[in-house]
Design a protein around this ligand. Structure first.
Ligand code: BGP
Length: 468
């Protein structure tokens, strides 16, 4: 299986999960949450040090190169770059850090793919205004984005406004796995709109400011194709609505500039539709992404809910669908996620057929496994054949999608070096490179050698790959 010429082999990470809090002047919501409730995090490990990328990046980048990583997705932390959120004044130390980092990446031959927002709302903006619930925060984000474009426009060719907006809704406003752990369906609806608006505003600003010919701007969406548990009409209806809510709510505005009309009708008849002005809708209509990043980990199987959505209950999106755990599924038990590579083919076809075959790439895919020292040999190398199998099987499906004409131009593993997984901290390790978090010693796993071969040959190595 030979991938198309120029196919990009990369890895993804984020600022809050890798940098560590060195020289940061503001807390983001995770810093604040850890400072106030450290027991919420696995083994009490917080975001202070993470993988020490702030200090260690020259060394880390060299290791990534050895793993064949030719592009690295990372994020700027709003809470590091900006001194005064209201005016958008830059914090010089933060600005210098990212400039040095991007320059070192270029010198190392690793192309930066930069995300502006990866779950890390500044804590002050969460507390003062309610974070993404507030349109004022949307305008502050636009100011931050403008500064980033001005500062790094000549260094960056691939910009992304948001990482996984859906997870922001789920974590902060519905299912309580990110601070401030609110449960409020109608607020989640407004947040969905506000994030789409913030992304469009940043795209508009990019078009005004950017002078780097060929630079593009996109968005990173976690797509979880919704599959009905059965052929029963009620399960299929649940899957239809789940697809609209989980995927199309962000895909359609980002790519076509409109919201799915049947979802809008449903929210309207439930009296929970977002507040939006005509000018805001025009802005969204006129500012589309150039490329789409797709994070894919697991499918979303659904069945009809236990009680009718007409029952008297607080509005939540899942009054329309219930998650279904398919018996006999293959699962990454450590993370509780079904492993279903075929969904990547389905995503490829859906982008081709429903979303104009927009240029896209897999911006995250990987497997988080706990206690990886189980698989370590006498020399300290983790033999992570399960990760190789996982990536291999997903790439087989991706390849099928590309052969069927889907416009996919890259694959980024989550992640290069084991990093901090939010509430799960260092429980599940995703890296091609192991991080001993007690010493910060970083060493290649077997999968790094596999990935290196893949990246250099552009051909999928066999699963029974032998170390060189
Ligand atoms: C995605 C996020 C990443 C990363 C990954 C793995 O949702 O964009 O930040 O963390 O999932 O998930 P987790 O860390 O929750 O195991």
């Amino acid at each position: 299986m030979k991938f198309p010429e120029g196919f990009v082999w990369g890895a993804a990470s984020s600022g809050p999960q890798s940098e560590g809090n060195f020289n940061k002047i503001h807390q983001n919501v995770f810093d604040y949450w850890y400072a106030t409730e450290p027991g919420e995090f696995f083994q009490g490990v917080g975001p202070d040090l993470t993988s020490n990328f702030y200090n260690d990046y020259p060394n880390d980048l060299q290791l990534m190169k050895k793993a064949g990583i030719k592009a690295l997705r990372l994020s700027i932390q709003w809470s590091r770059l900006i001194q005064d959120f209201e005016t958008g004044t830059v914090n010089q130390a933060g600005a210098d850090f990212y400039r040095r980092l991007f320059a070192t990446m270029k010198a190392t031959g690793i192309e930066p793919y930069v995300t502006l927002f990866h779950f890390d709302m500044p804590a002050d903006l969460q507390h003062q205004y309610g974070g993404w619930q507030s349109k004022h925060v949307v305008s502050l984000f636009e100011k931050y984005a403008k500064e980033a474009f001005k500062l790094y426009g000549n260094q960056i060719n691939h910009w992304f406004t948001f990482n996984e907006p859906k997870v922001i809704l789920d974590g902060q406003y519905l299912y309580q796995f990110h601070y401030p752990k609110i449960v409020d369906g109608p607020s989640a609806v407004q947040v969905a709109f506000n994030i789409n608006l913030a992304s469009a505003k940043a795209i508009a600003a990019f078009h005004q400011i950017n002078t780097n010919v060929g630079a593009t701007i996109g968005m990173i969406l976690n797509l979880t194709p919704a599959y009905a548990a059965s052929e029963k009409p009620c399960d299929k209806e649940a899957a239809r609505i789940a697809e609209l809510w989980t995927n199309d709510l962000f895909l359609q505005p980002a790519i076509r500039g409109t919201f799915p009309s049947s979802l809008v009708d449903l929210l309207k008849s439930d009296h929970v539709l977002w507040n939006a002005t005509g000018a805001e809708l025009d802005l969204i209509a006129n500012n589309q992404i150039d490329e789409l990043g797709v994070n894919y980990y697991h499918p979303f199987r659904v069945e009809a809910p236990d009680v009718s959505p007409k029952s008297l209950q607080d509005w939540m999106p899942d009054i329309y669908f219930k998650e279904y755990q398919m018996p006999g599924r293959i699962e990454n038990v450590d993370r509780g996620w079904e492993i279903y590579p075929k969904a990547l083919y389905d995503i490829a076809i859906s982008i081709k057929e429903r979303f104009g075959n927009i240029p896209w790439f897999v911006s995250e895919n990987g497997m988080g496994v706990s206690r990886e020292d189980r698989f370590m040999d006498d020399y300290g190398m983790v033999h992570d054949d399960y990760r190789i199998d996982f990536m291999h099987d997903h790439l087989v499906e991706l390849f099928r999608g590309i052969k069927a004409g889907s416009n996919c131009h890259g694959y980024f593993a989550w992640t290069a070096i084991d990093n901090w997984s939010w509430k799960n901290a260092y429980r599940n390790r995703y890296g091609l490179i192991r991080n001993n978090i007690h010493t910060q010693e970083k060493t290649l796993k077997k999968s790094a050698y596999w990935f290196n071969q893949l990246s250099h040959q552009n051909i999928l190595p066999p699963t029974n790959f032998k170390l060189p």
